[in-house]
Design a protein. Structure first.
Lengths: 172, 103
């Protein structure tokens, strides 16, 4: 394991912890974009250049901005007056997360690693990815295009300001 | 420790952090942030297995990760739109106060 991996991994995990634990939601969103950037660097270290730059474009560029917009639109950057930012049943949630991590980490540590490609670096160019997307994976690509269109239209319709219409059944 | 185990441990830690955030925070946006963290941990697993697996030139793990990124972007857009819509209706993003389905 290289020293660069440990530095990036520590930075990513600390930023993820900050994104979950901080009280101010704007700080959480900034830590979240730092986590996404650290994950993109991890992708680059794994010789997956295309996925790394796609991660930067989609997550750091788009999803982080969406989260900041949602925080500002819902005015939830102020911490609530009553109680803390954690739910009353936070201990149970923490126990579930710790149990999941213990299970997965135990499976990783005690597994037999017989994967052959530890040394050889895969040489995959963007040209090969593009040709694979246009030939073998063309049907999933079209479905993803349809999904993105439907999701964008759906998000706009959901978040659109509706007129105060008369309710069926009558409001109490 | 092999390199693959290191990446898998980082991914497991990120998944656990995201799960803890989604289960313990009160704000709906923080729950979505936790879900995003879990999706990213899964992507890291896919890329790591693609890199150290037997046939990286077949591009299967890479394609899975790319499609997963696209689907996660759609999920984020719809989820945040839902949070904004619910906030407009209930005037709060606090999940503990959203305790009835009837408007």
């Amino acid at each position: 394991m290289s020293i660069a991996f440990w530095i990036i991994a520590t930075l990513t995990v600390v930023a993820a912890l900050a994104a979950v634990l901080l009280r101010n939601l704007v700080h959480c969103a900034l830590s979240l974009s730092l986590t996404f950037a650290g994950l993109a660097v991890l992708f680059l270290q794994l010789d997956a250049q295309f996925a790394g730059f796609a991660q930067i474009l989609v997550y750091v560029g788009a999803v982080a901005i969406l989260v900041v917009f949602a925080i500002l639109l819902t005015r939830s950057s102020e911490t609530p007056k009553d109680g803390g930012v954690f739910s009353p049943t936070w201990l149970a949630g923490l126990a579930v997360a710790a149990a999941v991590f213990a299970t997965v980490a135990g499976a990783i540590v005690y597994s037999v690693n017989g994967l052959p490609n530890a040394q050889a670096v895969p040489s995959v160019t963007v040209l090969q990815i593009g040709q694979a997307l246009m030939s073998r994976y063309v049907l999933p690509l079209e479905i993803v295009a349809l999904l993105l269109t439907a999701a964008t239209i759906g998000a706009v319709i959901i978040a659109m300001h509706e007129k105060p219409a008369t309710k069926i059944g009558g409001a109490k | 420790m092999t390199p693959l185990a290191g990446y898998l441990l980082v991914a497991a830690l990120l998944f656990a952090i995201g799960l803890a955030g989604a289960l313990t925070r009160r704000n709906a946006i923080l729950v979505l942030i936790g879900v995003e963290l879990m999706l990213n941990a899964a992507n890291l697993n896919l890329i790591a297995f693609w890199r150290y697996g037997p046939h990286p030139e077949a591009l299967t793990g890479m394609m899975f990760a790319i499609f997963s990124i696209a689907v996660a972007a759609a999920e984020a857009a719809v989820g945040l739109g839902l949070v904004i819509s619910v906030h407009r209706h209930a005037q709060t993003a606090d999940l503990d106060q959203m305790n009835r389905m009837k408007g």
